[in-house]
Design a protein around this ligand. Structure first.
Ligand SMILES: [Zn+2]
Length: 301
């Protein structure tokens, strides 16, 4: 497919994909696609949520590396899920192992040491699902440990609309741009990656505060979603391109959030941006692989 484009990136690194355990994989995927926000957010079916599915997609889309990011609501299942992701990552040398944690976990040090031993490349956190405030005292203590372990942290940034939340979910759990910036100010050594172009269900004027802030921005699901709540595709594309052209050029990362987006379709969006002159060839290479290669020390040439 890339063959139809003049410029072909040397590598492609997808910094954001998911797999799910077999017993609930299909049900979870179907349930998510049946929620109306999957339409609002322009979800498009990607791989099937298995390592094998991602591996096949990597074959046909020339993907050199893909990061698999664990999602777990229950802190008691963290070690189980990390182990599952680790085992699965061993099935394909292109899969990059990442872990998850919770700031209140009683075995933080042991889990961080284990993740380092297993060469995890980053930690994935979903503060809404996992119910914690990213700037609370306990969280800051945790992030200090993460800095010592030298692990970047990717935050899910969805400001899930209240109607999808339960009574136990609180607005202070959102990883809003303002919260991420506060965390960045308190702990500048922490490598923060804001998933989804800095936020889903946020206004573009909030997103703009992240631009050129030194926080990494991973771009999955943001192509069509930079003009919420109007969802005007042309304005979204304009805002998205503004972000690509004005953010720190070494801190933009390509990601798809597969299975919620399709890798082929997402790669083509960036190739088209280059072909239509909205970004340069150098920007394309930086976004699609060079930035992730240097942030995570992957050693690709
Ligand atoms: Zn995700």
């Amino acid at each position: 497919m890339i063959d139809s484009y003049d410029v072909k990136p040397k590598h492609i690194i997808d910094a954001h994909t998911h797999i799910f355990e077999e017993e609930y994989r299909e049900r979870y995927i179907e349930e998510t696609f049946s929620i109306d926000f999957s339409i609002i957010l322009n979800f498009k079916r990607g791989a099937d949520g298995t390592l094998d599915g991602l591996s096949k997609s990597a074959d046909v889309n020339n993907i050199t590396k893909y990061f698999i990011l664990p999602v777990v609501k229950d802190p008691r299942k963290i070690e189980h899920i990390n182990d599952y992701y680790y085992r699965e990552s061993k099935k394909d040398q292109r899969a990059v192992f990442c872990g998850t944690l919770h700031p209140d976990h009683p075995r933080l040090d042991a889990i961080l040491a284990d993740l380092k031993l297993k060469k995890a490349k980053m930690i994935k956190l979903h503060s809404v699902f996992q119910r914690f405030n990213i700037t609370a005292r306990q969280s800051l203590k945790f992030f200090e440990k993460v800095v010592k372990a030298d692990l970047p942290v990717i935050f899910d940034t969805s400001r899930i609309p209240p109607k999808y939340l339960t009574n136990a979910d609180r607005p202070e759990y959102y990883a809003n741009p303002s919260k991420l910036l506060k965390l960045h100010e308190i702990l500048p050594e922490l490598k923060i990656i804001a998933a989804h172009g800095g936020g889903l269900f946020i206004y573009d004027y909030e997103r703009r505060n992240l631009i050129d802030s030194g926080i990494y921005i991973e771009l999955s699901s943001s192509y069509y979603n930079c003009d919420w709540p109007k969802n005007d595709y042309d304005v979204s594309l304009e805002n998205f391109t503004y972000m690509l052209n004005n953010h720190n050029q070494d801190k933009l990362l390509f990601g798809t959030d597969s299975p919620w987006q399709d890798q082929k379709a997402d790669i083509e969006k960036f190739l088209k941006l280059q072909e239509t002159g909205k970004i340069t060839k150098e920007q394309l290479e930086n976004i699609l692989w060079k930035n992730a290669n240097s942030l995570f020390g992957l050693g690709l040439k």
